[in-house]
Design a protein around this ligand. Structure first.
Ligand code: FE2
Length: 251
């Protein structure tokens, strides 16, 4: 991971940032090692008109096709191609750790996870959410629930306006706490290379957990299976329902 504190930069635009990304990123190096990218991203905060224009365009596309924005009411996909996505996220304020289960589902508060893509986030406005960062070395094969995983705590970072946080693919883990003020962040998501399954960890025990916040086909089918095989249903319990693989992921 890398964290960049706010600094003075020239204003840029969403279109300018997209062009810069297309022309400069490379699979050969980490996204954060792209010369000038952090400054291009920081510069977007000074161009409110460009941001609003793209939010408006994103909303109109969503009207036509509900699949355009699969991330929920707090997210706006501003740009997307086969490798790169620009996504704006609105963070509603909460006091301390006083968040609901619905908040947890929408904002991923309190759930320690990695990402199987590169992620660079700009604090666009507001006091910003706080990210509690950890790192690990992926063992190369898929983890199973309850497995012990060696994680290192790296510190807490608040994405206040103008700061940038970079998280490495399948290496950095984080959980996050809500901001004190309404805040917005702008994410560059770069999705390339071999994708590993997303990892969820309970930081205190350092054990792999199944994330049950989002709709989880595997655990849902398990619940249905348990219900259907209760004695009063009279179903032969040996006829177990085949469990599908989880497809939901958390971003
Ligand atoms: Fe995340």
């Amino acid at each position: 991971m890398e964290f960049y504190s706010p600094k003075t930069v020239e204003p840029t635009s969403i279109d300018g940032l997209i062009d810069f990304i297309k022309n400069n990123i490379s699979e050969e190096r980490r996204l954060c090692d792209t010369q000038g990218l952090v400054e291009q991203l920081m510069g977007v905060q000074h161009n409110t008109a460009s941001i609003l224009e793209h939010i408006s365009a994103s909303l109109s596309k969503t009207d036509d096709n509900p699949n355009t924005n699969p991330y929920g009411k707090n997210s706006f996909v501003l740009y997307r191609d086969n490798t790169v996505m620009l996504r704006l996220v609105v963070w509603e304020p909460r006091e301390g750790d006083n968040f609901s289960h619905a908040d947890e589902e929408l904002f991923a508060y309190g759930v320690c996870h990695d990402h199987n893509f590169e992620l660079m986030s700009l604090g666009l406005c507001g006091s910003g959410y706080t990210t509690h960062m950890y790192s690990y070395q992926h063992k190369g094969s898929e983890y199973v629930e309850g497995e012990l995983i060696d994680i290192d705590y790296l510190g807490d970072f608040t994405l206040q306006q103008g700061s940038v946080l970079y998280m490495e693919q399948s290496k950095d883990l984080h959980t996050q706490s809500p901001p004190a003020q309404m805040s917005m962040s702008l994410n560059i998501i770069v999705d390339h290379g071999i994708k590993k399954k997303q990892v969820f960890v309970e930081p205190k025990t350092k054990r792999i957990v199944e994330y049950r916040g989002l709709v989880n086909p595997k655990s849902y089918i398990e619940k249905l299976h348990n219900k259907l095989t209760e004695p009063e249903f009279g179903i032969n319990q040996s006829k177990a329902i085949k469990h599908p693989q989880r497809t939901a992921s958390l971003v």
